[in-house]
Design a protein around this ligand. Structure first.
Ligand code: ATP
Ligand code: MG
Length: 562
């Protein structure tokens, strides 16, 4: 399937196939239990939506369950603000978890299992600094060096680990390490650290702990405790799977199947909580919900719909090789959904005044307008028409180029839901810019057709100047400059697009004035717009969600190329 010139990958299947095979063989008793395991150190982004759709989607498909679990093992970076936003975003996407847990719920159990591994002679307290541990890890071709503390007695290890927990040692002075194999070809198996000392307040456990488990030690065991059957994670954890399996096997506990899939990479945006946090902290965007950032809260504020995002996740599929998806596929999915659900209104974002000289002064009439041609149930409304209107500046050219069929001197066009008008002249300012267009109208064309059957080549939208409501319209472009793909090691802020937010004063038809924040509209012929929470009673604020495909812009571009 090809959408907007973008190849849509095959539909998800390999994870489903693996689960079906497990169900057929009776592994896990034919049950499916998944989880979505975010670390509460930032807001969720569109990449997380892919993981949410996979985990909750598989549970639903197989009649299983899906937990929400906060992997909160990093107290210095985590916060309840993030916990709350994550719950809100998962629900907004349309999913409800069967149970909610925190890895910190399991700290005591994880500690007891660590003690058990010490007793088995499979874990030891190491006094090397983090830097020394790194320096002795070896290289891909050379084995690492064994720690001089590797062969401490079980008694000494138990004593030191107890005292680590009791807070006797400063941060970074000791770690608990797993005793596996310093010569393993897999770095993750070279005596990985299980616990570090961190005298830091945890957002849930307060100061109860000053040692915290590492991700690799906490994650699989948390899965095990919850009875997870299929632990689905991104491809970079493939090399961690042997360690995941090692812990479950050596502890003799329930052993979930880890399955890796390709993380979502999208052109034009940064999908990393760390980078998004930098943007927020440095004030380069207005917050985690800035409509330019690819967080779910930013996309929601921008006007992206949950259905649009879920449909996108369905289109991209799941695979075992990483790739990069074109951003315009996401826009396509969102536009497609908005087309079905948005109320149409007329709004002018770059107003040019039009005076209809033969229309009676002071008269107003109500024109019937369809709310949504895609949805008959949405009904219709009336739009006031009068002598002075605004049209889009771009819908008038004094000197029209070839194939430009909109308003120009002597040319007749149709006003949407209105009349035919013919341009008779213009008024200009001292700079020579057109400030006012004069027209005449044909009263016999009310509703949009001429009784004599004469045709016009274009239909333009308008608002009545006396009735229109002033609105702030925020036009968004990509946060990063086109063509500049910041590299991992660079300060990516150098690539910011100075025109990513342009705020203009638009004129909207009165029916849209009091709409609630979050309401999606299609501004006819312009694009999809969403009411922003910054709106005040007399002054609505609209965010441009996504543009409509503009046929004239395409023609103009191709003419410029010639
Ligand atoms: P980031 O790199 O943005 O900080 P993360 O992987 O550290 O992301 P977590 O909170 O640990 O973020 O992620 C929760 C779940 O979401 C994990 O299972 C992770 O694999 C998944 N996930 C994160 N980013 C993506 C992505 N781009 N595509 C698909 N899944 C993702
Ligand atoms: Mg992470």
């Amino acid at each position: 399937m090809s959408i907007d010139g973008v190849e849509s990958p095959r539909p998800p299947s390999f994870i489903r196939d693996l689960i079906e095979a497990d169900n057929a063989s009776g592994r896990f008793g034919g049950t499916v239990q998944t989880r979505f395991p975010p670390e509460p150190n930032g807001y969720l982004h569109i990449g997380h939506a892919k993981s949410i759709c996979i985990n909750f989607g598989l549970a639903k498909k197989f009649g299983g369950k899906c937990n929400l679990r906060f992997d909160d093992t990093n107290p210095t970076k985590e916060d309840v603000e993030y916990v709350n936003s994550i719950m809100e975003d998962v629900r907004w996407l349309g999913f409800e978890w069967d149970a909610m847990f925190y890895a910190s719920d399991y700290f005591e159990q994880l500690y007891q299992w660590a003690v058990e591994l010490i007793k088995q002679g499979k874990a030891y307290v190491c006094d090397l600094t983090a830097e020394q541990v790194r320096a002795t890890r070896g290289t891909p071709t050379e084995p690492g060096q064994e720690s001089p503390y590797r062969n401490r007695s079980i008694e000494e290890n138990l004593d030191l680990f107890t005292r680590m927990r009791a807070g006797e040692f400063p941060d970074g002075s000791r770690t608990l390490r797993t005793k596996i194999d310093m010569a393993s070809s897999n770095f993750n198996m070279r005596d990985p650290v299980m616990y570090r000392i961190l005298h830091s307040e945890h957002h849930r456990t307060g100061d109860a702990w000053c040692i915290y488990p590492m991700y690799d030690y906490a994650h699989g065991q948390s899965d095990s405790i919850e009875g997870i059957t299929h632990s689905i994670c991104t491809l970079e954890f493939e090399d961690h799977r042997p360690l995941y399996d090692w812990y479950c096997d050596n502890l003799g506990i329930h052993h979930p199947q880890q399955i890796e899939f390709d993380r979502l990479n999208l052109t034009k945006v940064q999908l990393s909580k760390r980078k998004l946090l930098t943007l927020v902290q440095r004030g380069l965007v207005s917050g985690w919900d800035d409509p330019r950032v690819p967080t779910l809260s930013g996309m929601r504020r921008r006007g992206y719909t949950a259905d649009g995002i879920r449909n996108f996740c369905g289109m991209i599929g799941v695979s075992k090789t990483s790739g990069i998806i074109e951003y315009n596929l996401l826009e396509h999915a969102v536009r497609d959904d908005l087309n079905k659900r948005s109320l149409r209104i007329m709004a002018v974002i770059d107003p040019l005044k039009v005076v209809i000289d033969n229309y009676p002064d002071g008269q107003t009439e109500q024109m019937e307008a369809v709310n949504n041609p895609e949805d008959a149930a949405a009904g219709s409304r009336t739009v006031p028409f009068s002598k002075v209107l605004y049209i889009e500046r771009d819908d008038f050219r004094e000197d029209p180029p070839k194939q430009y069929y909109r308003l120009s001197p002597g040319r007749e066009v149709r006003l949407r839901y209105g009349f035919f008008i013919t341009c008779t002249g213009v008024v200009k300012n001292e700079q020579g810019e057109v400030t006012e267009v004069h027209c005449t109208y044909d009263p016999a064309t009310r509703g949009g057709n001429a009784p004599d059957g004469r045709k016009v080549k274009s239909t333009i939208h308008w608002v009545s100047a006396a009735h229109a409501v002033d609105a702030e319209v925020r036009l968004y472009d990509h946060l990063f400059q086109p063509g500049v793909e910041p590299k991992e090691e660079e300060d990516f802020t150098v690539a910011l697009n100075p025109a990513s937010l342009v705020s203009v004063n638009g004129k909207v038809e009165p029916s849209a004035a009091g709409a609630a924040a979050g309401t999606n509209f299609q501004f006819e012929r312009v694009g999809y717009f969403c009411v922003d929470p910054d709106s005040t009673p007399g002054r609505p604020v609209f965010n441009r969600t996504v543009q409509l495909k503009d046929t004239w812009a395409k023609i103009e571009k191709s003419q410029q190329k010639k």
